[in-house]
Design a protein around this ligand. Structure first.
Ligand SMILES: [Zn+2]
Length: 299
């Protein structure tokens, strides 16, 4: 049995493993108060007990570290990659819908120690054209895609929804970053996404960027025009890939993604890469622990 002062002192010294344990101790203390009150006849002693009561109630309500204080709704919850209050280390605690961000099968990862698996099905891209809709959503530059483009992997068919960019790259290859990575996001169902990642390296100018970089919204906003973008032309020729199971790399970080990171990198000129970097401002998530996951390789 703890006395009240011991409880407060222990809380101050962080001796309790969890706020729940503190509450159990406070409950025990309250039980002792109740039995004491029924025995006490001195009004001053009753007052002292009641004062202790109020202090305890305030202590419980001030117990901000309790997990039950995480907002249950994620509506309107702001997050960022590098903010001190809402940056990536804080994502799991911003609201209960973001709790997966703290789970075990997260993305991106450092691609290393890969195992060749020739039995993996190839990626079959059936990409068409899309009209141009470029959005800076505050987290990335994203191209929305018209319906009609898909990716087949074995018996599964995924619809292309959009593609967007991260600078630096999110995935690493043997511990090394690339300056830029594009993610082609495909959906088969709400619980089954296939995202194809492609690295960029400095080299020849990139045609898509030559045409649209000047129109990329530098702040939140959308640019649209009627230009048809040939989606198939955005992929490298060689479709060899690394594959593993992971998550969305932004909140809610749902672990619903089959990742395919292509081995062949695309190119953009150093000037284009620098311009992109200036717009995206380090919108990449740090690599996450593999926690026993294997990364496969297919030629
Ligand atoms: Zn992404």
């Amino acid at each position: 049995m703890f006395t009240f002062s011991e409880i407060i002192y222990s809380q101050a010294m962080h001796n309790y493993a969890t706020p729940s344990e503190l509450k159990i101790s406070l409950f025990n203390y309250l039980s002792s108060i109740k039995s004491s009150l029924t025995e006490q006849r001195n009004p001053m002693k009753k007052l002292k007990f009641l004062f202790g009561f109020v202090v305890i109630a305030l202590t419980i309500s001030a117990c901000k570290s309790d997990k039950t204080d995480i907002p249950t709704s994620c509506d309107g919850v702001h997050w960022s990659h590098n903010g001190s209050e809402d940056g990536q280390d804080k994502w799991p605690d911003l609201c209960t819908g973001f709790s997966a961000c703290g789970d075990e099968n997260q993305s991106p990862v450092n691609i290393t120690g890969v195992v060749t698996d020739a039995s993996l099905p190839d990626l079959h891209f059936s990409y068409s054209t899309t009209s141009t809709e470029i959005e800076n959503n505050g987290h990335a530059i994203e191209f929305s895609c018209d319906e009609g483009s898909s990716l087949s992997i074995g018996s599964l068919q995924y619809e292309l929804l959009q593609f967007h960019y991260h600078a630096k790259s999110e995935h690493q290859l043997n511990g090394q970053y690339y300056p830029l990575e594009v993610h082609f996001v495909h959906r088969a169902s709400d619980t089954d996404f296939a995202v194809v990642g492609v690295f960029f390296e400095a080299g020849e100018e990139n045609d898509l960027f030559s045409e649209f970089l000047a129109h990329f919204p530098v702040e939140k906003g959308t640019y649209t025009d009627t230009t048809a973008i040939d989606l198939a032309s955005l992929l490298p020729e060689n479709k060899s890939f690394y594959h593993y199971s992971g998550s969305l790399t932004t909140p809610p970080c749902s672990e619903v993604v089959q990742w395919y990171v292509l081995k062949e990198a695309l190119t953009a000129s150093p000037e284009q890469l620098a311009q992109f970097e200036g717009i995206l401002k380090n919108n990449y998530r740090n690599v996450q622990a593999l926690n026993g996951r294997q990364i496969f390789s297919k030629e």
